[in-house]
Ligand binder design. Structure first.
Ligand SMILES: Cc1ncc(COP(=O)(O)O)c(C=O)c1O
Length: 397
């Protein structure tokens, strides 16, 4: 187990060798329902034939060029993403963390350009997760993740939904940027209210703070709109995307408005690999599926999943709350979520836990109705086996 690897992950014992859609097959031939999609990534599921054909074709042509050369796919993906997100320009990355890193540097550079280079700090929300590099980690709330690596960047956290606290911090501190996830992922699938999202937009504009939406988990259609903030008509200055963007290949993007598109000068930011022909070909397959109505499936299957989860919440007192929208849900429990998640896994449904007491359900966008129903049935059978007491697990507040 884990031979030759740093011990940063507790990996499951099963070895998955095949898949189709939202079904994964392990090395013994057992089939599993994938309610996790590789942590909110595999939008087109597994074994997607059009993706496979496009990648095979591209591997036979050009896999890598570097950003020293133009490639039509890179420009096509940038243009289509900007249209979908109502933004003006893109910088491609290989991960979500790198997209955040780009956004933080962009905000700092914008402050220099504006003649306010002293505006170097950042504001983020309690419960936030923005990544693990030193910059992105600085904005990540969990002390467990940050403590071993301090000192980090200067960040102030504000409780979600506390508009008065946010107003005070932005006015007093005059930071470079405010970062927020419209739906906190690692924070337990916690959706920010439309009112708070709009207040964050207004206060950022008022104080000259750049508003950064981290839609790495909630974006690219996971909630049924291309961006989660589009449900509420809020447009940030910078938006970061990643996870589903290239249907499982590593790709992220930092998008910004036309007004900020020329913030970086040549050579001020870069990446050897990012935005190459292979990942962009995959992103084009994903975006084609979006154009053909993939998000309708997200909305329809999402409604089925939501009503099934609401039904479980009514039947099993152990369920404390159902949170989320589209195909992004958290089942908050009055019980240790890892214990329930393990039992569910043994029952053949792959999920994971966030924030200690929440089971995260983020299936592929292509999931089918019967797979949702089978997953919900197994969830019901699993929940039934636990005591239905409404007391908090010991390690929860
Ligand atoms: C909201 C959010 N931001 C940033 C990240 C970091 O992305 P990556 O793991 O691709 O670097 C994640 C990953 O889970 C995330 O959910």
């Amino acid at each position: 187990m884990d031979e030759g690897l740093m011990k940063t992950y507790a990996r499951a014992d099963e070895v998955f060798v095949d898949g189709h859609g939202a079904i994964l097959t392990d090395s013994t031939g057992r089939e599993w329902i994938d309610f996790l999609a590789g942590i909110a990534v595999s939008a087109l599921g597994h074994g997607h034939q059009e993706l496979a054909a496009n990648l095979r074709d591209q591997v036979g042509k050009i896999v890598h060029l570097s950003n020293l050369f133009r490639h039509p796919f890179t420009e096509q993906v940038a243009t289509r993403l900007c249209a979908l997100a109502d933004m003006g320009a893109a910088f491609f990355t290989n991960s979500g963390t790198e997209a955040i890193e780009c956004a933080l540097k962009l905000a700092r550079k914008a402050m220099h350009k504006r003649g306010t280079p002293q505006r170097t700090s950042f504001v983020a929300l309690e419960g936030a997760f923005h990544g693990r590099s030193l910059g992105a980690l600085s904005l990540t709330y969990s002390e467990k993740y940050r403590k071993p690596f301090q000192p980090l960047q200067n960040v102030t956290w504000v409780p979600p939904e506390d508009t008065a606290a946010l107003a005070k911090v932005l006015r007093d501190q005059q930071p470079a940027a405010l970062a927020l996830e419209p739906i906190q992922g690692e924070g337990g699938i916690r959706e920010l209210s439309p009112g708070f999202l709009r207040a964050a937009r207004e206060l950022s504009t008022e104080t000259g703070t750049l508003l950064l939406h981290d839609e790495i988990q909630s974006g690219c259609g996971r909630t049924g709109r291309f961006l989660a903030a589009q449900h509420h008509g809020v447009t940030p200055d910078i938006v970061c995307l990643a996870k589903p963007l290239a249907a499982g290949l590593p790709m992220g993007a930092c998008l910004t408005t036309a007004a900020l598109a020329d913030t970086f000068e040549k050579g001020e930011h870069g990446s050897t690999f990012a935005g190459g022909p292979l990942v962009c070909r995959a992103a084009l397959v994903f975006l084609d599926e979006v154009d053909r109505g993939l998000l309708d499936n997200v909305l329809m299957r999402g409604q089925e999943l939501r009503s099934g989860l609401d039904d479980l919440a009514r039947r099993f007192p152990i369920v404390r709350e159902v949170r989320g929208r589209g195909l992004m849900y958290g089942l908050r429990l009055w019980h240790s979520a890892p214990e329930v998640q393990k039992a569910l896994y043994q029952a053949g449904v792959i999920t994971n836990c966030t924030a200690g007491d929440v089971i995260r359900i983020v299936p592929p966008f292509v999931i089918q109705s019967e797979q949702i129903q089978t997953g919900l049935q197994r969830l019901a059978t699993t929940l039934q086996r636990f005591p239905q007491t409404q007391t908090l697990p010991q390690d929860q507040p």
